[in-house]
Design a protein around this ligand. Structure first.
Ligand SMILES: Cc1ncc(COP(=O)(O)O)c(C=O)c1O
Length: 371
């Protein structure tokens, strides 16, 4: 009896996952976290209108969801002033990144990203046998000019850029991104991941036509809209590219309650503004707590703040572990020199009170161990 005959590619892949979830950590610790500030979710929750729509959809859950996501796609098209043919809806940006990589990347194909950028993209590239080229950040910003120059050098089919960025929270103006796109090599598609753009200053969204064949933009209901567990994202791009997703996507992958919730969330502009204010206030408070403890918060256009712990990655990791030991779920960047930081998601007052109590204790413990 032999086991399943995995492809050589599957055999070559590591058994690791891009992120260990907080639930896994809670099981390992034998205790729940007191503040969940590690995954850039929105503790402020979805619009009450979205909750009502999802509750109403619950009794219809025996039906598969509309595989065309018709109503949500049309509403998104109207919202953005584009056509429904410019929009594909999928299981979060993570799901859409997987489909896109499957469409474009085969074994040995070159792809470019920043060293330390959002790792789920890298995971998909590895899964389809692509070769990932990584470009360093410029200071604490992803570097569009360097990314596009590297793409030209290695003949990349895809280049990934998150604006605003995760894990640092830095951003470029949309106009700067568009200007940099002049250097995108022919035949290379830019994935512009705008997961956090609703938290960013006016002018951060790239002013590109949805029909521009050089770029696909990705958005999500997981962040400002507070629906990470519903798994709804969408991509905007040229109609041919958007239509190609139909060849590979999981047509019945969407949850019908999530479709209804996203539609209602999109229509609740007042809630969006309310959350944008909550996020801005929480960012301020995280910054204040960091400074009170002698640490430097980095400017953020997202729903989290990266805090420079002032030393190396080992020190930041020890601070992170000391916070986790005190019941705070936080994460940190993977790559140097950004791994001198810990990354704290915006929380409500109780969450940030808990952070304000735990941080000085965590720092005192780590400083006494490393003195
Ligand atoms: C830059 C970036 N892109 C995508 C995602 C995932 O989005 P989704 O929940 O829509 O899959 C995240 C989540 O943290 C992110 O930081």
């Amino acid at each position: 009896m032999t086991g399943p005959r995995y492809t050589p590619l599957a055999q070559s892949l590591p058994a690791t996952v891009p992120f260990v979830g907080p639930e896994t950590q809670e099981r390992q610790r034998g205790a729940a976290f007191i503040a969940r500030l590690g995954a850039n979710e929105s503790v402020f929750g979805p619009s009450p209108r979205a909750i009502r729509a999802m509750e109403q959809a619950a009794s219809d859950i025996w039906m598969y969801a509309d595989p065309e996501n018709h109503d949500l796609r049309h509403a998104l098209a109207e919202y953005h002033g584009v056509t429904p043919e410019n929009i594909v809806v999928g299981e979060g940006i993570d799901g859409l990144l997987g489909y896109l990589v499957r469409l474009i990347v085969g074994p040995g194909d070159s792809v470019v990203t920043s060293d330390g950028a959002y790792p789920t993209f890298n995971y998909h590239v590895a899964g389809f046998g692509g070769v990932l080229h990584k470009v360093p950040y410029a200071g604490d910003h992803e570097d569009p000019a360097a990314l596009f120059a590297k793409a030209a050098e290695v003949g990349a089919k895809l280049v990934y850029l998150a604006n605003p960025d995760n894990p640092i929270g830095s951003w470029h103006s949309g106009a700067d991104i568009v200007a940099a796109m002049d250097a995108l090599p022919d035949g290379c598609l830019l994935i512009l991941d705008e997961a956090y753009v609703e938290c960013a200053p006016e002018g951060t969204a790239a002013p590109v036509s949805a029909d521009d064949p050089r770029v696909i933009r990705m958005r999500t209901f997981s962040k400002v809209y507070g629906m990470a567990g519903a798994r709804v994202g969408y991509a905007m791009g040229a109609p041919d590219l958007i239509a190609a997703f139909n060849k590979v996507r999981n047509h019945f992958g969407m949850n019908r309650a999530a479709q209804a919730g996203a539609l209602a969330a999109l229509q609740d502009g007042a809630w969006l503004e309310h959350i944008q204010t909550q996020i801005a206030e929480a960012r301020e408070r995280i910054g204040t707590i960091a400074r009170e403890n002698g640490l430097e918060p980095l400017p953020s256009a997202t729903n989290f703040v990266a805090i420079d712990c002032g030393r190396d990655g080992d020190f930041a990791k020890a601070v992170l572990e000391a916070l986790v030991a005190r019941g705070l779920f936080v994460r940190m960047p993977f790559a140097a020199p950004q791994n001198r930081c810990i990354r704290v998601s915006c929380g409500d007052t109780a969450d940030l009170d808990a952070f304000a109590v735990a941080l000085p204790k965590a720092l005192a413990e780590v400083r006494s161990n490393t003195a």
